[in-house]
Design a protein around this ligand. Structure first.
Ligand SMILES: Cc1cc2nc3c(=O)[nH]c(=O)nc-3n(C[C@H](O)[C@H](O)[C@H](O)COP(=O)(O)O)c2cc1C
Length: 192
């Protein structure tokens, strides 16, 4: 932008110089106006590890469903077979969702057995920087209802991790409790 004085304007040379300086000052001030403020950035999505323990596939399917829901809310979920998760990896994980069934007489599904036992070992690491929640699938016709999910919930807390949302147990039907649980997880992540 340039402001000029017409050649035929009735000013003396000195007046012209003064006016030119004045107009240049205005142009320079306009150019220095701060840029329009940036739009407020949306809250950053959180990284969430979703670990599943499953014998016949239900918990794996729910883990994928949870990931889809959290992705749609802007989070960054990673679905993991529990057999690929170590206690050391958990020590540097921020957000953990556990979805597990119970088999045998209150035992973990095969793919959850190693992690279950490593967490219960006396040398299991501190998990004080971990936030977690557990969705436990089971069937109350068995004496040890949802025992594997309860074990994870209690042991993670005993190792110093904090519960993002309370344990939810599913008695055969899991659709409604899952919806309630993932809603609570989403709210907890948004508040964190
Ligand atoms: C042989 C067998 C043993 C089971 N043992 C238990 C048990 O001890 N406690 C429990 O709450 N549920 C038990 N269940 C129920 C399963 O945990 C439940 O069906 C669950 O939804 C299966 O999920 P998954 O397909 O992810 O493994 C058992 C099921 C079977 C077939």
């Amino acid at each position: 932008m340039k402001l000029t004085i017409p050649d035929n304007a009735p000013f003396s040379g000195t007046q012209r110089m003064w006016l030119k300086g004045f107009l240049d000052g205005i142009v320079s001030t306009i150019h220095q106006q701060p840029a329009a403020p940036e739009a407020i950035a949306p809250a950053a999505g959180q990284s969430v590890t979703i670990a599943w323990g499953s014998q016949t596939g239900t918990c794996e399917a729910l883990a994928k469903k949870a990931a889809k829901t959290l992705s749609s809310k802007g989070h960054i979920p990673m679905v993991l077979n529990m057999q690929d998760l170590s206690t050391d990896a958990l020590a540097s994980t921020e957000n953990l969702l556990v979805i597990t069934s119970t088999y045998g007489d209150g035992e973990p599904p095969d793919n959850a057995a190693a992690l279950h036992s490593a967490l219960h070992a006396p040398d299991a690491p501190s998990l004080s920087s971990l936030r977690f929640t557990v969705l436990a699938l089971g069937d109350s016709s068995y004496p040890d209802f949802c025992k594997c999910g309860r074990d994870f919930d209690q042991r993670l807390a005993a190792l110093g991790a904090s519960r993002a949302t309370p344990l939810i147990e599913c008695d055969v039907d899991y659709d409604e409790p899952f919806a309630k649980w993932i809603g609570a997880v989403d709210a907890a992540l948004a508040a964190a």
